[in-house]
Ligand binder design. Sequence first.
Ligand SMILES: [Zn+2]
Length: 94
Amino acid sequence: MEKQYHCSFKFEQIKEKFGGLRVYYALTDIDREKVHEIHAHLNALTDLIQRISLTTCEITGAPGKLYTKGWHRVLCEEEALKLGYIDLPPSAVS
Ligand SMILES: [Zn+2]
């Protein structure tokens, strides 16, 4: 089922933290009755973007995971080897 909402949407900030993306947005001109519903949809979307960013190689877009060389990056195995990154133990990810 398709729903339509009226509001103005703006990305405030998109940044990388521990290899994953963090997305911040701002809404204006929202229908007050729908504000919680709209935020619920957008929060689900930004959570999804965050999860996908942790499993997508930032260079090639291939399936990837977190590697480290001091600095954390999400890479496929091939890029990780090429750039000298090593596996990040799952316990190191909070
Ligand atoms: Zn890659």
